[in-house]
Design a protein around this ligand. Structure first.
Ligand SMILES: Nc1ncnc2c1ncn2[C@@H]1O[C@H](COP(=O)(O)OP(=O)(O)OP(=O)(O)O)[C@@H](O)[C@H]1O
Length: 279
């Protein structure tokens, strides 16, 4: 549906020859990857394709065996996650048990930049620190209002529904005012009623100028909001293009049909082919 990818996009993230091996097994072997600025990019692929491992590498949560990548001109290989976030690239995380025992507002406040970091050491209890805390709280409240969670602010995060948790994960990521957000399966465990609202929030991020990269198995979502789709299989990028282009790509259909479970891409491709009068 959207297919609004610009013919002359600028690149916000570019990766070269990124490799991650676990023992003798190569989980990621990406020769080249560009993510376009201001677009919604879906990263899809069968189970075990290396999508999450690539996310972890790009955001500093894992170390590559080889490779380089730059975000907005900053070389990032070997840079720690909190520094990556400070440069403007954040990823969402599923709420852990520990975070579930904190309130919604506490979850937001600890996601603020510099929290538990240098600010706390150099200026505890100072006026500067208090001002920072006040700013963090008002930013957190504004984001919670945007995601319709403000009336839940004093409730434990663990008491939220699956969809509300996803909204909180996204709101938390925005505490650092990122230029790029990486979402890991944003639709997993979300009921259909909240799905549209979540999609709307992702589109509104793009409309605010934030680049979005998301991993997802839900092909309806991929078709509905992606400007561009990158397909991985066996650690490599095997295809790139609009959702329609990649679902009609034989290499992509082959990669999915090769596995028994996972995505509905095979069905989607057949449906698309049917629309187009058969293949
Ligand atoms: N820490 C690890 N140690 C050993 N093997 C790992 C490790 N992390 C990932 N792998 C392997 O790397 C491969 C890629 O895994 P990854 O989780 O990145 O795939 P994925 O595309 O995200 O899959 P899914 O869609 O199922 O989440 C898999 O075969 C996985 O078993």
């Amino acid at each position: 549906m959207p297919e609004r990818s610009s013919p002359h996009p600028t690149v916000i993230l570019t990766a070269e020859k990124v490799e991650r091996r676990f023992g003798g097994f190569t989980a990621v072997d990406v020769d080249h990857l560009d993510i376009h600025r201001g677009e919604i990019t879906a990263l899809i692929g069968p189970n075990g394709a290396g999508k999450t491992t690539l996310f972890n590498l790009l955001t500093g949560f894992d170390r590559p065996d080889a490779g380089q990548w730059t975000f907005d001109g900053h070389p990032l290989a070997g840079v720690a996650p909190h520094k990556v976030a400070r440069l403007g690239m954040v990823r969402t995380f599923q709420l852990t048990k520990v975070l579930s025992r904190l309130t919604v507002l506490e979850n937001m406040r600890i996601a603020a930049p510099g929290q538990l970091g240098e600010r706390l050491w150099t200026a505890p209890f100072s006026a500067l620190w208090k001002r920072g805390e006040k700013e963090n709280t008002s930013r957190a409240r504004a984001l919670l209002a945007r995601f319709l969670l403000d009336d839940k602010r004093d409730e434990l995060a663990g008491s939220l529904s699956g969809g509300q948790r996803k909204l909180l994960e996204m709101a938390r990521a925005l505490m650092v005012e990122p230029r790029m957000v990486m979402l890991d399966e944003p639709m997993a465990g979300v009921n259909p009623a909240l799905k549209q609202s979540l999609l709307g929030h992702i589109v509104s991020l793009r409309d605010d100028g934030v680049s979005v990269l998301f991993v997802e198995h839900d092909m309806d979502m991929v078709h509905e909001i992606s400007d561009r789709v990158v397909v991985m299989a066996q650690g490599r990028v095997i295809a790139e293009g609009t959702a329609r282009e990649v679902t009609n790509d034989e290499r992509v259909v082959g990669a999915y049909l090769g596995e028994r479970f996972g995505s509905d891409l095979g069905e989607t491709a057949s449906a698309l082919s049917g629309e187009g009068g058969g293949r």
